[in-house]
Design a protein around this ligand. Structure first.
Ligand SMILES: [Zn+2]
Length: 315
């Protein structure tokens, strides 16, 4: 997939990855050229290096490597891009600690499989995640809310801490253009059907949605093609689509939160896998999913666990 120019200074690279995944990385043409997200470990050779070649850029032109968050499909290509470019890796403080593989696998692999009763799948899942995570890498610059990543030439990206999806999910605000690069901070109705929004802290996530909704943003540059109330599924949303994407995300959050709280009120001893099944079924119409489907939508276990915890339920 070639680089697509989406702004005079911004190129979008739609990078395929394992299991039919697709992540959008962004290149910013500035005196200090920047790459936002590096995909999985296979994405540098599969998409990023070819895109740079097509643009006529040297890999060593990349001075800044930004991760919107630590997930495998956003930071898995870090080691290779760092090695090839020598650019500095930037990530928010709260996700930087998950460069520790043990912490990462516990939170993003084992915990959910145990909760849903699929602990026997842990070895296989761990091996897959480690493959996509690539080699280990170090952080060059730890980011906090309000920090500025100055790319030169009046291109300044302000760090907006937008947690929920992960503790250190960050968005990057190019104020003079009204652009906000959000990674996976805003999930709409989740990824491709049967999708579910994915976040590990329900309260942080809704706070993030409300915060971004109040910002003067005219373009959202997202990492995935999240579903929403419009038929198109572009990763970039402009104008009125920005507010609609946020309103849809907030509406879905409420549907899931209400379903979780209702089910816990009806049966406070409910087994967690049963709670998941009931909430999936209840939320299906609002998410555009099939209520009778047998499959567990990706993202649903972590998100329903997050709402249950927010309701004071001990898992
Ligand atoms: Zn993610």
């Amino acid at each position: 997939m070639p680089a697509k120019q989406v702004h005079p200074k911004v190129f979008q690279i739609a990078a395929p990855f394992e299991n039919n995944g697709l992540v959008n990385c962004y290149l910013i043409d500035a005196p200090r050229r920047a790459l936002i997200d590096t995909g999985t470990a296979s994405v540098p050779q599969g998409s990023l290096i070819p895109a740079l070649a097509e643009l006529g850029w040297q890999v060593s032109d990349l001075r800044v490597i930004i991760n919107t968050h630590i997930h495998i499909d956003h930071a898995g290509g870090n080691a290779e891009m760092l090695e090839l470019s020598g650019g500095a890796i930037h990530i928010h403080r709260a996700d930087a600690e998950y460069t520790d593989r043990e912490l990462y696998l516990e939170k993003y692999c084992r915990e959910n499989l145990r909760l849903i009763g699929d602990a026997d799948q842990i070895p296989q899942s761990e091996a897959f995640q480690l493959q996509l995570l690539g080699r280990e890498w170090g952080v060059d610059r730890i980011l906090d809310d309000g920090d500025v990543v100055d790319l030169g030439g009046d291109i300044r990206l302000q760090v907006v801490h937008t947690p929920g999806h992960t503790p250190g999910s960050a968005s990057f605000y190019w104020e003079s253009e009204g652009w906000l690069f959000t990674g996976d901070a805003i999930n709409g109705r989740g990824g491709r059907a049967p999708g579910f929004p994915l976040y590990f802290d329900a309260q942080e996530y809704i706070t993030t949605l409300n915060r971004v909704r109040d910002m003067p943003v005219n373009t959202l540059a997202q990492a995935h093609r999240y579903r929403w109330s419009a038929p198109t599924q572009e990763a970039i949303r402009t104008g009125a689509e920005v507010r609609q994407t946020l309103d849809d995300s907030i509406a879905v959050w409420r549907v899931i939160d209400t379903a979780v709280r209702d089910e816990l009120r009806a049966d406070s001893d409910i087994a967690f896998p049963d709670l998941v099944q009931r909430v999936i079924r209840r939320a299906a119409p609002d998410l555009g999913n099939d209520p009778d489907a047998e499959t567990i939508p990706p993202g649903s276990v972590a998100t329903i666990a997050a709402h249950a915890r927010a309701a004071g339920h001990v898992l």
